[in-house]
Every structure is written in structure tokens, then in C-alpha cells.
Design a protein around this ligand. Structure first.
Ligand code: HEC
Length: 142
């Protein structure tokens, strides 16, 4: 008898956990796709001309490759332990996929607490950051 009466309780606990997990996953996804609506309004003022892409490549190799890897596919050799810098040429963008959102993460750093993605506004001019955005876009093209 005792055993049987435990079955519904276990079922309830399982249902409860399922609800919690579903909500957590939904929130995680939302965080990953909401991005930064204000930054999305920013228009890229620098044409993706060969000079811009070349300058962006230089800046990227100097300032970003240690963490994001030379090919921008993430998990660079000198990335801080467990920080896992993401791939920057796939379609997954935790902070938004528009040029303006990518620009803003580079300029101001990631908003996640204690993130290893620091602001670059003291080291790169706005134009240099747009060049990097253009370079990343050029790599992402098939
Ligand atoms: C010290 C390591 C480090 C360096 C250097 C670094 N990054 Fe990052 N970057 C990260 C990490 C870690 C994240 C993940 C951010 C998070 O969620 O906390 C990240 C996230 C990003 C994102 C957001 C990606 C997304 O999914 O939305 C962009 C864009 C980015 N970096 C670009 C750059 C560029 C461009 C440079 C060079 C100017 C650079 N990073 C330099 C570690 C680094």
C-alpha cells in the first residue's frame, strides 16, 4: 500500500520539475535572442569595402584572436579558463545578430556579470570596430 501511494507523489514531483525546466529553457532562449533593441537601430556607417575588411582583419588578429581564435570560430588558445569565447561567424548570437548589436558588444563589452568580453572602446575607435564587424561578416559569407 505504502509503495502505491508514493507513485502519485513521484508523478507530481516529476511534473513540477518538468515545468521548472521548461520555464528555465524558455528564459534562456529568450535571453539569447532578445539582443539589444536600441543597438539594433545603429546603422553601420562603414561600407564593407576591401580596405575596411583588411583593417578589420588586422585589428581582429591583434585584439581578438587570442580568445576567439584566428578563424573567429571561438575557444581561442589564450582564452581565460572556462570562458569559452563564442564562434563569431555562425548564426548564434547571444547579444544580437545585427551589425549594431555586434558593434555594441565590442565597444561596451558583454553585459553578463563578470564576463571576459571586456569593452574595447578605449582601445579601438568606432571606425575600427565597424571594420571588425565588416571583417566578421566577410568570414561568415559562404
Ligand atoms: C579575454 C578574451 C576575449 C577577448 C580578447 C575578446 N573576447 Fe569577445 N567574447 C569573449 C567571451 C568570453 C564572450 C562571451 C560573452 C559572455 O556571454 O559573457 C565574448 C563575446 C563576444 C561577442 C558576442 C557574441 C554573441 O554571441 O553575441 C562578440 C561580438 C565578441 N565577443 C567580439 C569580440 C571582438 C571583435 C574582440 C576583439 C576586438 C573580442 N571579442 C575580444 C572573450 C573575449
Amino acid at each position: 500500500m505504502r509503495r502505491l501511494s508514493n507513485v502519485p507523489t513521484a508523478g507530481l514531483v516529476l511534473a513540477f520539475l518538468t515545468v521548472i525546466a521548461t520555464v528555465a529553457i524558455a528564459q534562456g532562449r529568450q535571453g539569447a535572442t532578445t539582443g539589444n533593441p536600441e543597438a539594433r537601430q545603429l546603422k553601420n556607417p562603414v561600407a564593407a569595402a576591401p580596405e575596411s575588411i583588411a583593417a578589420g582583419r588586422q585589428a581582429f588578429q591583434k585584439f581578438c584572436a587570442a580568445c576567439h581564435n584566428k578563424d573567429a570560430k571561438g575557444d581561442g588558445p589564450l582564452a581565460p579558463k572556462d570562458s569559452h569565447p563564442p564562434n563569431l561567424i555562425d548564426n548564434v548570437w547571444a547579444y544580437g545578430s545585427s551589425d549594431g548589436e555586434i558593434f555594441t558588444v565590442i565597444k561596451d563589452g558583454a553585459t553578463a556579470p563578470k564576463s571576459e568580453m571586456k569593452a574595447f572602446k578605449s582601445r579601438l575607435t568606432a571606425e575600427e570596430i565597424w571594420n571588425v564587424v565588416n571583417y566578421l561578416r566577410s568570414l561568415a559569407k559562404p
